[in-house]
Design a protein around this ligand. Structure first.
Ligand SMILES: Cc1cc2nc3c(=O)[nH]c(=O)nc-3n(C[C@H](O)[C@H](O)[C@H](O)COP(=O)(O)OP(=O)(O)OC[C@H]3O[C@@H](n4cnc5c(N)ncnc54)[C@H](O)[C@@H]3O)c2cc1C
Length: 522
């Protein structure tokens, strides 16, 4: 788009599934400016093997999807939020299909595939394993067809502007690094996850926890930050991207082997390789530790399977690995777990509203109570669609007459040699989080992490460039995760404490909330 406005009705930060779906809803209420820091084609829905949990009609299936989600959430889901997810989900998917989504079909019927943790196969597939890419394509086309929506990419939001306790606009750096501001009636954060706080993650570079940091600095509460889902099997090869190898490979018979090439999952769980995600991740961590290897891995082994079948069933994975000289039908695949999904985030009600007037959040950045203590695989694209639409609809009621700021800022260029040493600080954050607030956590390790992060505070102060702002955001998000993980002295869902391996329902069947530097349980 040409030139950004100094004033609009609504600002949506993020052009992933949540942001675009919200913008479409908001367009009926006024002008919408969507800001995204990524260049084209990088929201997370576009990450390759993506599927979406969907139930389209049958009452039994609705009940089962609800039960599976509540079970995965390990006591902390808000049942009303889950009910909304599943019931509104039907409308959101029918609408996507009406807007032109090419969902896979057998004859005239939509095809659904299986997924771990789900009692039935209700995973909607589009274009094989590229459901997210297809949904983004359709939402982008729909948003671009609405004249009230403008989408600006390579724009980095640095701050939420507030007046008298109400969010009234955002400050941002444009593609040239010039600082600008836009005022509006309400802002939606749809900034995705924060996987980059960890050394190893499936998340792309933009996932630096910006939304969580922007919201917190504006006075919003963060909730359930200790719950980070780790994916057990992610390609681990120097210089190769952290490519996720989904459960579908293990369901087709792929086996996990340690560096002695022994199968090991049978020792840990009767379901072997098909055990729940967290258990597989913890078993792998243990095997890597006892191997005492300097740069440990385990292997995913498909070599005993029919090569033609493997190539036909996983064409995208086969082709991607051939680019790294790995023939998955003949070679073992080195894998490790990696941080995958932020279950916690900015605390919202069932319409995406935060505790700060004029501020909403939806999608992975939000903590709406849908996932509880752990996310059921494939529920997050649905969450982004459903809660993006709900937030957009609720935000329409925030439209206000006067949006002009008293003191419009002067545009000022902030490009300059301000990033020196920042990569080192980011690496320290990622290392300490991976080593001490990762898959298996202990009090001494988490305390060490909190101390290290607190000591890093001065190095990420007064950020001005995009990268220094990202460093400050990573730092804030990492501290919130570490402090919450330290406070929850039990194991639940995705949070595993080696020193407190059991549930403690009496003290902790509650949500953690980060307020200022304190973590409370409510
Ligand atoms: C490898 C991988 C596979 C996955 N597979 C599945 C799956 O099969 N099924 C499923 O349901 N989920 C899956 N997920 C999770 C799912 O893709 C995400 O949870 C979901 O796409 C999040 O959508 P979102 O709209 O909240 O955020 P995102 O898609 O992450 O978009 C965030 C947006 O915010 C923008 N942004 C961030 N910070 C700023 C800033 N400071 N200023 C301006 N813009 C900013 C970004 O540029 C981007 O446009 C997967 C995730 C990964 C990484």
């Amino acid at each position: 788009m040409k030139g950004l406005p100094a004033e609009t009705d609504f600002v949506v930060i993020g052009a992933g599934v949540a942001g675009l779906r919200a913008a479409i809803e908001l367009a009926a209420g006024g002008r919408v400016l969507v800001l995204a820091k990524h260049a084209s084609g990088q929201p997370h829905a576009d990450s390759g093997q993506t599927r979406l949990a969907a139930v389209l009609s049958d009452e039994d299936e609705i009940t089962l999807h609800l039960q599976d989600t509540l079970q995965a959430g390990d006591g902390l889901c808000n049942p009303d939020a889950v009910k909304i997810l599943i019931e509104d989900g039907v409308k959101r998917i029918e609408e996507l299909i009406a807007w032109g989504t090419h969902a896979d079909r057998k004859g005239t019927k939509l095809t659904f595939g299986p997924e771990s943790g789900h009692s039935r196969g209700w995973l909607l597939h589009a274009q094989g394993d590229s459901t997210g890419t297809e949904i983004l394509r359709v939402l982008t086309a729909k948003a671009r067809s609405l004249k009230n929506i403008s989408i600006a990419q390579s724009i980095f939001t640095t701050k939420l502007v507030s007046e008298n306790g109400r969010v009234t606009g955002v400050s941002f750096l444009d593609a040239q690094g010039v600082a600008l501001e836009v005022s509006c009636s309400a802002v939606l954060l749809a900034t995705g996850g924060m996987g980059q706080i960890y050394r190893h993650t499936t998340n792309l570079e933009p996932a630096t926890g910006d939304g969580v940091a922007l919201a917190f600095r504006a006075g919003a509460e963060l909730s359930d930050m200790e719950f980070v889902q780790f994916h057990p099997t992610v390609l681990y090869l120097k210089k190769a991207p952290r490519f996720l190898l989904s459960e579908s490979l293990r369901r087709e018979g792929a086996q996990l082997r340690n560096i002695e090439l022994d199968r090991f999952m049978g020792k840990y769980h009767p379901m072997g390789e098909l055990a729940p995600r967290d258990l597989v991740a913890r078993a792998i961590v243990h095997e890597m530790e006892v191997s005492r290897a300097k740069d440990p891995v385990v292997y995913l082994d498909l070599t005993h399977l029919n090569p033609a079948k493997v190539q036909k069933r996983f064409p995208r994975i086969y082709a991607t690995f051939m680019q790294h000289n790995i023939d998955i039908t003949e070679d073992l695949i080195p894998v490790r777990p990696a941080a995958h999904f932020a279950i916690g985030g900015v605390r919202t009600d069932l319409n995406g509203k935060t505790n700060v007037a004029g501020l909403y959040a939806a999608g992975e950045v939000a903590s709406s109570g849908v996932h509880g203590a752990n996310r059921l695989p494939s529920n997050s694209l649905l969450e982004s669609l459903v809660y993006g639409a709900r937030a957009g609809s609720a935000m329409r009621g925030e439209l206000r007459e006067s949006r002009k700021h008293d003191h419009p800022p002067n545009a000022a260029s902030v490009v300059g040699p301000l990033d020196s040493g920042i990569e080192e600080s980011i690496a320290q954050i990622q290392d300490v989080m991976w080593n001490d607030v990762g898959i298996v956590r202990m009090r001494t390790g988490i305390q060490r992490a909190v101390k290290t992060l607190e000591a890093l505070a001065t190095k990420v102060q007064n950020p001005r460039t995009r990268r220094t702002c990202e460093a400050a955001n990573l730092h804030l998000a990492a501290l919130a995760v570490a402090r919450s993980a330290l406070s929850r002295e039990e194991s639940r869902g995705a949070h595993y404490r080696g020193d407190y391996p059991d549930h403690d329902d009496k003290k902790f069947l509650k949500h953690s909330v980060v307020r200022a530097e304190k973590v409370v349980f409510v």
